[in-house]
Design a protein around this ligand. Structure first.
Ligand SMILES: O=C(O)CCC(=O)C(=O)O
Length: 250
């Protein structure tokens, strides 16, 4: 691992997040953002979309656009994920997250922590958001509460001071990574522009990923098209739907 990545790892370990700037060309990011917005508008994908007219998550993006693999398999994010989660960690979900002008802030939360009594003291997830458009203070750049991953709480305390939330801004093509236990939020979009993020989650093999309701499996035909290094990140069963593969959530 080179010195830049070591610094990013130390930042993530200490503060719960890190920013890697300009990891894919801004033009590629912009083209992917435009494609994400087309997919959000396509009624064919309605069942994969959670959210409202202001903030949406479109699950299963690794099946819908092969360019997503450039982000999911990016050597820098993969190196950091492997540092925290072990060499066999997996890409479990890639989802598109636009936030439209006028969107209110979403709820502050930690990720995939609901099934724990108390969250473990080892990382159970490294999450990422690729900035497919510029992320600005005004357009809803993701906010994080630095060091909250050390709290061992699975949800933020009700009296958490909102001034502790720090917006993480960056140019299109940059990526922010965070520890699943870091409290974070999709902030309000008070600008006139749509913000588009591509959210890709890495998990260790021991984590049972059926617990996340919207996550979609990799389709067999997607897996077949993937280069070997991407297949290595998508081990596990392939299938067309959650019901084919996952336990029923009760
Ligand atoms: O869209 C964002 O800025 C935040 C995404 C988020 O909260 C999440 O992926 O858990």
């Amino acid at each position: 691992m080179d010195d830049r990545l070591k610094t990013a790892v130390e930042h993530l370990d200490t503060y719960g997040y890190c920013l890697l700037e300009d990891r894919i060309p801004a033009q590629v990011a912009g083209e992917l953002a435009a494609r994400c917005l087309e997919l959000h508008a396509d009624p064919q994908h309605r069942s994969l979309i959670h959210g409202d007219e202001y903030y949406q998550t479109l699950f299963g993006m690794a099946n819908l656009d092969d360019r997503v693999w450039q982000c999911a398999g990016h050597p820098d994010t993969v190196a950091i994920a492997r540092h925290f989660l072990g060499p066999h960690c997996r890409v479990v979900e890639a989802c598109s997250k636009p936030t439209w002008p006028g969107a209110p802030a979403q709820a502050l939360h930690a990720d995939s922590a609901g099934s724990f009594q108390q969250v473990p003291d080892v990382p159970w997830m490294i999450n990422t958001i690729w900035m497919l458009t510029d992320f600005t203070v005004e357009n809803g750049a993701t906010g994080v509460v630095p060091m909250s991953h050390r709290s061992r709480c699975k949800a933020p305390p009700a009296d958490l001071d909102p001034s502790l939330i720090r917006p993480i801004t960056g140019r299109a093509g940059s990526v922010m990574l965070w520890h699943g236990g870091t409290f974070h939020i999709a902030r309000a979009n008070t600008s006139g522009q749509i913000r588009v993020g591509l959210n890709i989650a890495y998990y260790p093999r021991w984590f049972n990923n059926w617990v996340e309701g919207g996550h979609q499996p990799i389709w067999p035909e997607t897996y077949e098209r993937m280069p070997p290094q991407m297949q290595q990140l998508c081990t596990g069963k392939q299938g067309r739907s959650r019901t084919e593969l996952y336990e029923i959530k009760r």
